[in-house]
Design a protein around this ligand. Structure first.
Ligand SMILES: [Zn+2]
Length: 217
């Protein structure tokens, strides 16, 4: 898709690309176009822009590319990624994919917590600090209990901190391949998932079940 977008922007002399330009002339197709009425294929091509943007390519960069190399885009993407210190915590994770995805969003601070906090009574009970993701993970007394019991189970002695500091702590202490590090990373994204998805009470029940299961193994 990235390659097709590059082709379109460059107006490459390929018959298919010329066809697209003629057919969608009224849109004056280019970098910023989002042809809403175009066919899904064309829309998909233009959505590929986000991959370029993620790899910090500008329109000029794309136009300057003489040939298109997916490897370059990938490497540039990965280069940006290696600067992200939490990537080992999230990607080297044996947790369920849905947990990891939630952890990824949380690490990006992309979880919109305000509504959840309202629904679970945090805004009423824990005001005024109940506004941010840091409250939900794990400043809130309810989620704090959950995370504290996980830490106890893992025999890790450390205070329960907010998300910012929990993530930093995990980066420093649990990035390796030891069993405890693996389990810690898994439990971290798991608790994000359950607390976020199920609310405090249900996640506590879920966790009790999960811990029991793990202890039996
Ligand atoms: Zn709260």
């Amino acid at each position: 898709m990235c390659k097709l977008l590059w082709n379109l922007c460059k107006k490459k002399d390929k018959l298919s690309m010329q066809w697209v330009h003629v057919y969608y002339k009224k849109y004056n197709l280019g970098w910023g176009t989002e042809p809403k009425k175009a066919s899904w294929v064309i829309q998909k091509i233009f959505k590929a822009k986000k991959y370029f943007v993620e790899a910090s390519y500008t329109e000029d960069d794309v136009l300057r590319m003489k040939t298109f190399s997916i490897k370059d885009v990938y490497l540039k993407n990965r280069g940006e990624f290696s600067k992200v210190s939490w990537r080992r915590i999230i990607w080297n994770n044996v947790g369920l994919p849905k947990w990891i995805f939630m952890g990824y969003l949380a690490a990006h601070r992309r979880l919109q917590t305000r509504d959840r906090l309202k629904r679970w009574g945090c805004v009423a009970l824990c005001k005024p600090e109940a506004k941010t993701m840091n409250h939900l993970f794990f400043v809130c007394p309810f989620s704090k209990i959950i995370w504290a019991s996980i830490l106890r189970w893992l025999k890790i002695v450390k205070p329960v901190m907010d998300w910012e500091h929990e993530l930093q702590w995990a980066e420093q202490h649990c990035r390796g391949r030891s069993a405890i590090a693996e389990i810690y990373r898994m439990m971290l994204v798991g608790s994000i998932y359950y607390i976020w998805q199920k609310g405090m009470l249900e996640s506590f029940k879920k966790y009790r079940g999960l811990l029991k299961k793990l202890l039996e193994v």
